[in-house]
Ligand binder design. Structure first.
Ligand code: AMP
Length: 193
């Protein structure tokens, strides 16, 4: 089963994806994680994406589609969880083409709903926790970048909600509950998919 976790930054997509890796033996494909890896690797691509990411804007479709294309080769066990991808309509079209090339398809798109103020507080909380633990906070977990990331979500990514709804694939869950509660809601959707 291949699914997309769709939602604004701070909605809990990564947390829920990790859960699904454990409970359903799925493979998490997070373009954010891949890009952060590229950033620290010092490659040419890493240098290009660093500034864009830190500001909170979206990296080009070409780069992220290329990253996903590489990962879709090989074994996919219980299927893929796309976490933070697609974020634009062009990426959504590319994903369905890539899956079709493999003779595969998307089974469900789960939108995680959380209000803006909670998102900002969650992300700032995540930055404070990292610092208190002696780790560096994410370079884009500051108030300015968070606002830019939210704007990018509403302008470029939120249209995917209508797109997948029209395809009959969209389910929405309330992302405000505790981790277990939200995981339970997601399980219910997947059991029906
Ligand atoms: P995330 O970890 O998913 O919050 O992603 C962190 C940052 O990486 C985003 O703010 C974007 O700059 C970049 N990014 C991650 N995934 C994508 C994507 N699918 N398309 C464009 N940019 C992305």
């Amino acid at each position: 089963m291949n699914i997309i976790l769709l939602g604004p930054p701070g909605a809990g997509k990564g947390t829920q994806a990790s859960r699904l890796v454990e409970t359903r033996d799925m493979i998490q494909l997070s373009t954010g994680d891949m890009l952060r890896e590229a950033k620290t690797s010092g490659t040419e691509m890493g240098k290009i994406v660093a500034e864009v990411m830190d500001r909170g804007d979206l990296v080009t479709d070409e780069i992220v589609i290329g990253l996903i294309r590489e990962k879709l080769d090989g074994d996919n066990k219980g299927g893929f969880i796309f976490d933070g991808f697609p974020r634009t309509l062009a990426q959504a079209d590319a994903l369905s083409d890539l899956l079709a090339e493999k003779g595969d398809r998307l089974d469900a798109v789960i939108e995680m709903r959380v209000d803006d103020e909670t998102l900002v507080q969650r992300i700032l909380g995540r930055a404070r926790e990292a610092e208190a633990a002696g780790n560096a906070a994410r370079a884009d977990d500051n108030e300015d970048s968070i606002r830019t990331r939210l704007m990018a979500y509403y302008k470029q990514t939120a249209p995917l909600i209508g797109y997948y709804h029209a395809k009959g694939m969209l389910s929405s869950v309330d992302g405000l509950g505790g981790i277990d509660e939200v995981a339970g809601e997601i399980q219910k959707v997947l059991d029906k998919a």
